[in-house]
Write a protein that binds this ligand. Sequence first.
Ligand code: NAP
Length: 246
Amino acid sequence: MLLVEREISLPKMKTAVITGANRGLGLEFARQYRAEGWEVIACCRNPEDAVELSATGASIHKLDLQKLDSIDRFVSSLGQRPIDILINNAGIHDRSKEEGFSGIETERWVEGFKVNAIAPVLLTRALIENLSAARNPIAATIGSQAGCLTLYDTGGLYLYRTSKAAAHSAAVIMANDLKPFGIPYVCLRPGHTKTDMGGRDAPYEIDESVRMMRDVLDQVDMTQTGCFLDRTGALISWNMEEDLNE
Ligand SMILES: NC(=O)c1ccc[n+]([C@@H]2O[C@H](COP(=O)([O-])OP(=O)(O)OC[C@H]3O[C@@H](n4cnc5c(N)ncnc54)[C@H](OP(=O)(O)O)[C@@H]3O)[C@@H](O)[C@H]2O)c1
């Protein structure tokens, strides 16, 4: 009896699943959730090299999102475990390799589509039961204004732009599919942030962008499902008219 009472009064530890958690925004999400006592299921391609991630105390899982058939195996390894937050964060955008119209590398483009647009759908779908088992589950894609067609006033960057536009589209479609399960799905815009992808000259620091996106996630409910939300929490149009990258 005493044991039962103690169990009930214990605060329930929350769990986050984060992809691309070995560096950049994903690593910082892992750090911040761990610092607040969350369990973090951190996914990355090369766990043996994930030294900083390992230092957070996250549980590290090998997951290469180009290998789409490995997603179901990863999810099976979690069993029935409730998942409170899923952050589809992993992304590919290497400016140095993205040539213009004449330099498109078809295979890389397909790889980019798998990681940026298709994997978030397959991973979220595979985790539906785990998310449904949590009290107030939330799932998100890290979106980008690079996915907004209305801002395309130059050519080039086919891989990143088209795959992020597809990721946005997939997020809205998924938000509808997830409604019967009561799982809100949103796209978050971190803003131009100093990571390997964002570059050294980006205006925002990683810890600030992640803290702000976590604050937004804290407030998300079904009224915002299918929305594109700025790190400030402001609703962004899928067809942005103004470049917000300071
Ligand atoms: N930084 C910005 O300014 C900015 C702005 C808007 C949106 N975003 C979005 O935010 C997310 C994180 O970006 P970031 O700036 O943190 O980028 P980053 O520093 O380049 O990190 C990208 C992460 O994605 C992982 N990844 C790449 N390919 C993968 C694969 N096949 N399987 C699994 N993981 C893979 C990388 O792992 P490896 O180390 O193994 O390559 C790395 O952990 C992305 O979705 C990006 O589009 C970033």
